[in-house]
Ligand binder design. Structure first.
Ligand SMILES: Cc1cc2nc3c(=O)[nH]c(=O)nc-3n(C[C@H](O)[C@H](O)[C@H](O)COP(=O)(O)OP(=O)(O)OC[C@H]3O[C@@H](n4cnc5c(N)ncnc54)[C@H](O)[C@@H]3O)c2cc1C
Length: 465
């Protein structure tokens, strides 16, 4: 690898200002936000157009340099951090942040990969539409990263994962060729659905440079409630009851364990417990509807009263103002930060069928108690999708931590026919789990796809496979 020659070639493509080679300038691009993965790079480049991305990738392919695509760098699995060899070129998409077009009549918008999620949501809102992808990192994560990780978030229950929100994409392939698949069609059965190969591929098959996203009717009316429960089984019964009573207006249903709420209350001075007594479990839920819908809040009140009568919940707080709703959401959204501040923990992002959530939590809690005494369960997540962040604090002295807990929790997930990675992906963090728990035929197919599209293995090597 001729490092000076490649750096010169990159400078000629994206300009001196956008080719970072000094350690201090590259620093924030080389480690993930938790500081769990840190690497080094030959350069960080910040291209301003699809054409520049293509030329950068071509130059790297010619030189034999690995390419690491990077969005907002908020990923949970170290997928956007280069390895420690120092040969990689990090391609940071942040300058490609334009909303190219919004088409309210077709309920679609075309945005560049570096567009921050919140900016994409705003552009939809300004056109009287909703782009429903929503997660706590939305002020920093980018559309390209969202697609590359097939992000989930709090509205999957009603609108699906990122994959379900994409009509078309534009990708720079590992040899530098540009595939313009920016179609805004709802129906297109001309052969294989290639866009879905790239969505969720974590930058291992190409660099996504733009996407056509689906828009939905705006849903400005909200009814938000937090309910207190004795156990997760009540939560599953309540979910079914609310879906029956409120239909598609139910868009979020988040489970919160007491220990998580405790950490948030300790971490954030302004946070208040909405209930006067302690409860072991909570659900934060939200209904949303268009301006002309009537009785959203009243409907929720009635459904909650009926559920209480049936013993599906213990207590409830309905937000009476936008500020109160925001304060309830603040409790939920502070959990990741509060648990990181609390110290070392085993963190997972698992999925089982929603109906199995109570049995899974019980089995995992019991396994923690017997095999990892002193460790405390920190459980929260998107219950409406069967997706839990089943985390656990580190006990004072445990030499196999957190590997030991992974070996306790993931086999249980397997027993429930679940997934060890529901929304965060594989990255560097869960490659061993992929080999251990995914079907061998499926992994072999993935390897064949990878080597067909990226025969030199230069696109985000060491990630996923
Ligand atoms: C507080 C907090 C809350 C979160 N909540 C959720 C949640 O509820 N649901 C959820 O799913 N995730 C959540 N995440 C994880 C994270 O925000 C998502 O994975 C997000 O989609 C990553 O986007 P990013 O732009 O930061 O990607 P990055 O971290 O930069 O990259 C992630 C992966 O995508 C690849 N990549 C990035 N951009 C491109 C591109 N243009 N083309 C090809 N590959 C690319 C990278 O190589 C890497 O493998 C949360 C993170 C934080 C910090």
């Amino acid at each position: 690898l001729n490092r000076p020659a490649l750096r010169d070639a990159l400078r000629a493509i994206v300009g001196e200002r956008h080719t970072l080679c000094e350690a201090a300038d590259m620093k924030s691009y080389l480690a993930d936000w938790r500081g769990a993965y840190a690497g080094s790079a030959l350069a960080v480049v910040r291209p301003g157009s699809t054409r520049e991305v293509s030329e950068v990738v071509r130059a790297c392919a010619r030189a034999g340099a690995p390419v690491v695509p990077q969005g907002g760098n908020t990923g949970m699995c170290g997928g956007a951090a280069p390895d420690t060899d120092g040969h990689s070129v990090v391609v940071a998409l942040g300058r490609m942040n334009r909303v190219r077009a919004v088409d309210p009549l077709n309920n679609a918008m075309t945005v560049e990969a570096g567009c921050v999620l919140e900016a994409a949501q705003r552009a939809a809102q300004e056109a009287g539409r909703l782009f429903p992808l929503s997660l706590a990192a939305q002020g920093s994560c980018q559309i390209g990263g969202n697609l590359a990780t097939n992000a989930g978030g709090i509205n999957v229950l009603r609108y699906g994962n990122t994959r379900d929100l994409v009509l078309g994409i534009e990708v720079v392939l590992p040899d530098g060729e540009i595939w313009n698949g920016l179609r805004a069609l709802r129906k297109d059965n001309r052969g294989y659905d290639l866009k879905n190969l790239f969505i969720g591929s974590e930058g291992t098959l190409g660099i996504i440079t733009a996407a056509v996203l689906k828009l939905f009717p705006a849903a400005p009316q909200r009814a938000t409630a937090m309910v207190a429960l004795d156990d997760p089984a009540q939560a599953v019964a309540l979910l079914a009851a609310l879906q029956a009573a409120c239909g598609a207006t139910l868009c979020a249903f988040e489970l919160i364990g007491r220990k998580c709420l405790d950490l948030v209350l300790r971490h954030r001075d302004a946070a208040r417990d909405p209930f006067s007594a302690n409860h072991p479990w909570y659900v934060l839920l939200e209904l949303a509807a268009g301006d002309s819908a009537t009785g959203l809040r009243e409907g929720l009140e009635q459904a909650i009263a009926a559920a209480m009568e049936k013993g599906q919940l213990v207590d409830a707080v309905l937000a009476s103002s936008l500020a109160q709703a925001a304060a309830l959401w603040q409790l939920r959204e502070t959990i990741p930060e509060a648990t990181v501040a609390n110290g070392p923990a085993f963190r997972s992002d698992i999925a089982v069928s929603t109906a199995d959530v109570p049995a899974f939590i019980e089995a995992a809690r019991e396994a923690l108690r017997t095999r990892h005494p002193g460790s405390e369960m920190l459980c929260f997540g998107h219950l409406g999708d069967g997706n839990l962040h089943f985390n656990a604090t580190s006990p004072p002295a445990a030499d196999d931590w957190p590997r030991g807990v992974a070996d306790t929790v993931y086999p249980l997930v397997e027993r429930f026919h679940g997934s060890f990675s529901a929304e965060h992906g594989v990255g560097q963090a869960k490659r061993a789990e992929l080999v251990r728990y995914k079907d061998a035929a499926e992994i072999a197919l993935m390897r064949r796809i990878k080597s067909a599209l990226d025969p030199a293995g230069l696109m985000n090597p060491g990630k996923v496979l």
